[in-house]
Design a protein around this ligand. Structure first.
Ligand code: ATP
Ligand code: MG
Ligand code: FE
Length: 345
């Protein structure tokens, strides 16, 4: 099956064509990061307007790069939540128009399910159960994947998401926006053991996360350094912050894998592009003889290929969406919410 997927949940306008759930024929990603940079974050209304301006061109490019036309498609898929409602609506409306106009089945995809399925683009033959660490701008979830479309969240953040923590730390350090990639790059020149920052493990046996204390500790450290008038080595501070986040993420992921008897670990979401997290998770999982799948960075940050991949498995089980599909900004992993009706799997 050849699937065209659209992704407009935040500030990436993306369209991809994927064949058989694994062959990425095209994956066009138009990032609006330059537009939002001057505001220091994504402005929802601006994002929606930009999606509207860009989407038709991005779809045309995706089809062109795949060497296909609308007539070659077997289904059209779209992210319908979670995300910014106005941004989601642009993709959802376009996908419904294409599905209606061409009489194609419509597949509604959960954005986080999309992030997780980036791993099936890397290896479609993964055996369940799997454990996926989803670390993104809005989420930090440890997800037990029991089968296609079957998810159990065993841990989640109680305050900031990992990506949010990176972005706030970067702002505190005056590095700019978006913060994750900047901290990643600067950390390479820093010493991760230079500054002792707290790691929040919460109660014994908990797989939940908390990053707000770390954020405060960083701010307090900077204030104290400012009062004392000493030199602040930003690279050391960035590396120490990054290591504190990564240590907790990796410790809890491995603990959850042991607890649930899972041998294959997946990594997903924008923060999965982080070099330190990728290296540490791979190194420490190997020590325990666990396999780790880590998608290439371009499939970790928002993109439509991951949405097409998730859609393929929905397509196979006939999980289609009605043409009344609406954007659901607070959609949860493992639920389908189609206009008025609520279906939990
Ligand atoms: P969600 O997926 O939760 O809806 P989102 O789609 O906005 O949120 P993503 O695009 O998946 O989030 O990820 C963006 C986040 O990833 C940002 O917070 C960004 O700073 C972070 N990020 C991207 N690259 C890196 C990196 N190399 N190191 C650390 N963080 C990164
Ligand atoms: Mg983004
Ligand atoms: Fe995302």
């Amino acid at each position: 099956a050849v699937i065209l997927a659209l992704e407009t949940s935040c500030d990436e306008t993306s369209a991809a064509v994927v064949a058989g759930g694994r062959q990425v024929l095209s994956n066009i990603i138009s990032s609006q990061v330059e537009v939002h940079r001057k505001f220091g974050g994504v402005v929802p209304e601006v994002a929606s307007r930009k999606h509207l301006e860009l989407l038709n061109q991005v779809v045309a490019e995706a089809l062109g790069a795949a060497g296909l036309g609308f007539k070659d498609l077997d289904a059209v898929a779209v992210t319908y939540g979670p995300g910014l409602v106005g941004a989601l609506l642009v993709g959802v409306s376009a996908a419904k128009a294409i599905a209606y106009g061409l009489d194609l089945p419509l597949v509604g995809v959960n954005h986080l399910e999309g992030h997780i399925y980036a791993n099936f683009l890397v290896d479609p033959a993964l055996d369940f159960p799997l454990l996926c660490l989803v670390v993104s701008g809005g989420h930090t979830d440890l997800v037990l994947v029991k089968g296609h479309g079957s998810f159990q969240v065993v841990g989640r953040t109680r305050d900031d998401a990992a990506g949010e923590a990176f972005d706030k730390a970067a702002r505190t350090l005056g590095l700019g926006y978006p913060g994750g990639p900047l901290i990643d790059r600067l950390s390479r020149q820093g010493n991760p053991a230079a500054v002792n920052l707290p790691r929040a493990y919460l109660e014994e046996g908990s797989f939940d996360f908390s990053f707000s204390g770390l954020k405060s500790a960083l701010i307090n450290w900077l204030h104290r350094a400012g009062r004392l008038g000493g030199d602040v080595n930003k690279a050391d501070l960035a590396a120490s912050f990054q290591k504190a986040v990564v240590d907790v993420l990796v410790d809890k992921t491995l603990a959850a894998a042991r607890e649930n008897g899972v041998t294959t670990i997946l990594l997903a979401g924008g923060v999965a592009a982080n070099a330190c997290l990728r290296a540490e998770l791979a190194r420490r999982a190997e020590e325990e003889c666990r396999r780790v799948i880590i998608p290439p960075p371009v499939l970790c940050t928002d993109n439509a290929a991951m949405v097409a991949c998730a859609a393929y498995y929905r397509f196979l089980r006939g999980a289609f969406a009605p043409l009344t599909l609406n954007a659901v900004p607070d959609l949860k992993l493992g639920e389908d919410r189609y206009e008025g009706s609520f279906v939990r799997k």
